[in-house]
Design a protein around this ligand. Structure first.
Ligand SMILES: [Zn+2]
Length: 376
């Protein structure tokens, strides 16, 4: 088995066209390396999604898990790429390709750090593990969401480091210590269908809802707190049930999403929205869909270890925040695990010509290694 450098392993992973949810052998490549280093492997395929959990050590002490995904988003029109998206091309500064930043370099970095750690410390304290899924970029139903209940029965996890690209301008400048909750709601405002020429016999739900929409635009759901910005509410679509020009529609449907802080809950948001609808005397129905609870790591020791590891190799002080979209961390945190996200710069993720700085990948491997030695 070849001994990979972190760049070589990243390249090998990029060359596998693992468009979500197809893992295309990425996890096999990684598990072969881990088995050789003495890790125990569990693989679980749920639906069309491959998942892997690997662990080493069982002694008393803390347990640290790295979390990542091997799937990538589609490349779009390949002819727009300057370099073939799955070539894993390397120039003097960058490693190029789909998934280079999100997040195959991160996966390669933590895989090689755990292997190095176990080789150097075969009788280490605690437990080191990693979890990979090929369903993070897709619907995320058959990945970490299903793995965690399964794994948590036999494996207690104290800390989880998600290798997602958290950095913004410089490696390590931003670390996520939680995420806002994400809650979808479909609001249907009911009116009465009729001919546009006879409005006295109908009731237009668009006009009925106009005041509500205006109020929603500036409504304050909460004030946020030190670690979370105030809850935001955005409407993504407004549609009527009519598609002809001479019918007053029966219904107006509004699709909206809350990104909410820990100052609000599903219940409190429901209550506030219902109150607003009632204030506007609307006949309505609501359909809720919770896509992720907010989570937040309050473990200051964990945070200070992360901070000092970043300072040592990146020579900067990270900002800890809860911004950005959801990640698989949302499925781990409810098990009482302290979750942080730390990875490469996210500027080109999901874009054409995705790339990552080679130096950053090498540094990230060292930061992860330092995290392991400090936490176990
Ligand atoms: Zn990702």
């Amino acid at each position: 088995m070849p001994i990979y450098s972190v760049i070589q392993l990243s390249q090998e992973l990029i060359r596998k066209k693992s468009i979500t949810p197809d893992d295309k052998g990425c996890q096999k490549l990684i598990s072969n390396l881990l088995v050789k280093a003495g890790f125990t492997i569990e693989t679980h395929r749920f639906g069309d999604v491959d998942n892997l959990f690997a662990w080493h050590g069982d002694k008393a002490g803390k347990s640290l898990m790295f979390l990542g995904h091997t799937d990538v988003v589609p490349v779009g029109d390949e002819s727009n790429w300057q370099l073939p998206p799955f070539s894993g091309h390397v120039d003097e500064s960058y490693l190029h390709g789909r998934g280079s930043a999100d997040m195959k370099a991160g996966v390669a970095a933590f895989t090689l750090s755990v292997i190095k750690y176990v080789r150097e410390n075969p009788n280490h304290n605690g437990k080191i593990s990693l979890m990979l899924t090929s369903d993070e970029e897709g619907v995320a139903e058959n990945g970490v969401k299903k793995m965690m209940p399964h794994i948590a029965i036999n494996h207690e996890i104290d800390y989880c480091v998600v290798g997602e690209p958290s950095s913004s301008e410089q490696l390590g400048d931003v670390v996520r210590i939680g995420r806002r909750g994400s809650l979808h709601v479909a609001i249907t405002v009911h009116g009465k269908q009729g001919h546009v020429a006879y409005p006295q016999n109908a009731s237009n739900p668009v006009f009925l809802a106009a005041g509500l929409i205006k109020d929603l635009a500036c409504y304050k759901w909460d004030n946020g707190n030190e670690d979370f910005p105030p809850t935001s509410f955005q409407i993504s679509s407004v549609k009527t049930s009519s598609n002809t020009s001479n019918i007053i529609p029966a219904d107006l449907s509004i699709q909206a999403n809350f990104r909410y802080s820990t100052e609000s809950t599903e219940e409190s948001l429901n209550k506030q929205l219902t109150q607003l609808l009632k204030q506007h005397n609307l006949d309505y129905s609501l359909n809720w869909n919770l896509s992720g609870l907010p989570f937040y790591s309050q473990n200051h020791q964990f945070r200070s270890v992360v901070e000092s590891s970043i300072r040592e190799y990146c020579h900067i002080n990270p900002i800890f925040n809860t911004a950005g979209g959801t990640s698989d961390g949302r499925f781990v945190a409810p098990f009482g695990v302290d979750v942080i996200e730390l990875g490469v710069i996210n500027k080109t993720i999901h874009q054409i010509d995705e790339k990552v700085l080679i130096d950053d990948v090498k540094k990230l491997e060292k930061v992860y290694f330092r995290l392991i030695t400090s936490l176990l």
